[in-house]
Ligand binder design. Sequence first.
Ligand code: CA
Length: 507
Amino acid sequence: MHPRIVSSLYLVIALFAASFAAEQSRPNIVWIYADDHAYQAISAYDDRFKDLAPTPNIDRLAKEGAIFRNSYVSNSICGPARATILTGLHSHKNNVPKNGMPMDFSNPTFPGILRNSGYATALYGKWHLKVAPQGFDDWKIMKGQGRYFSQDYRVKTSQGEKEERIEGYSPDTVTRMTIDFLEANAGKGKPVMVMCQFKSPHGPWSPAIRNLDFLKDVEIPEPPTFYDDHEGRVAAGKAQMTILKTMREGFHLKGDPDSAHYDRLGPEQHKQAIESLAYENRHLASGKLKGDDLKREKYQRYIHDYLRCVKANDENVGRILDYLEESGLAENTIVCYSSDQSFYLGEHGWYDKRFMYHQSFFTPLLIRWPGEIQPGTEVNAMVQNIDMAPTFLSIGGADVPATMQGVDLRPVFKGAMPKDWRKSLYYHFYESEGNQHLVAKHEGVYDGRFKLIHFYELGEWEFFDREIDPYELNNRINDPHYQDTISRLKSELTRLKSQYEVQVPKD
Ligand code: CA
């Protein structure tokens, strides 16, 4: 062969190797997204269930990476939170302010941009945005809310999509899909971004058969605000989300096992589940419990099943982390764990979410990124779910569209607080009083200590000083001592609405 041809050949090989190396240097991203996973039920965050129901695998992300101590959502409900993660936009900009609305792909999404920049992208599990996903090389999404056992999926095909029933327990199934995609694509030239989206621990909190006996006969403590009477908080008093009155014994507590997703179990597993439920529901089934006795028993049933579902999420995070270690991918893979929002585990007497009060405004966020985030990092900067899209684009070396409203979180990954970091957060819940749980529409501002909420449908304002009232029991809106602070927060709310160009959508 002519020497010039040989040297050209070497050049081509060298260029190819360099571009391959550059692709390899961009990290893989594994986004594990739970549904309704309360931070109180993650032992890295809270010691309430630490001895009873720890989450050692999720905690590994905090030990080996960063835990975000001030992580919030912009609108505490499933579909809207998901649209916000994808677009980096508040609800009024991404056009999904309420549940049951279709994803609007006229806005750029981070998976779509990453895919165009050379990432292999996939999404598995809970979707809840009606229309088929865009921006993914592969997807399998649960129909609607999904089920715990044997889920019906919409599956991407070369022609469009098909339906497929996939056997197995929901978080296990989604994890298997995630690992399969990593196995087929990661370390093979393209970086990978995969979204692993559990249904669990969303209601009806149906545990895996293997976890039915977890915490059996263990009395679980109630939270300090379990008997909150909602005095001074009109919207809280009107909401229908109490464990005592709203929680359904048939569905949520499985008095009717098959309506709570047990109908698709095989005969042996079905028998095991029914026997377990008969034992667990024995006090409720007596029909003799009333008032606080009934409330306490419903809480015990609820929290047992909830923590059993959390256990399955934790087991599956462990499977993903083990796979990454064994495959050699861990060093160049970012693993995140978060939820579409946190959840009430008996606080204020409630289950569910929606309010700007702490347990549903907050959301867990843990990120492990070997070499870039030091083990044991505590991030205290205020972050919000609008920040994930710009952060992933920045990590993936792609341009962040100027229209995105979140900010790149990389500056806080070291734990230090940049001087010019945001000083407040904007929140807006759009579902009206007529909807499920009767939580009135509201918007508000939080500055890390003070929280101001405007229930504008009701003409009610609430103001909390979380430093002296962390449980948010005392609405101090009329307290003379705080009037200057309240005025300042009202101005800040106006400023944020201007910054984010908030216009309340028409019904
Ligand atoms: Ca949710």
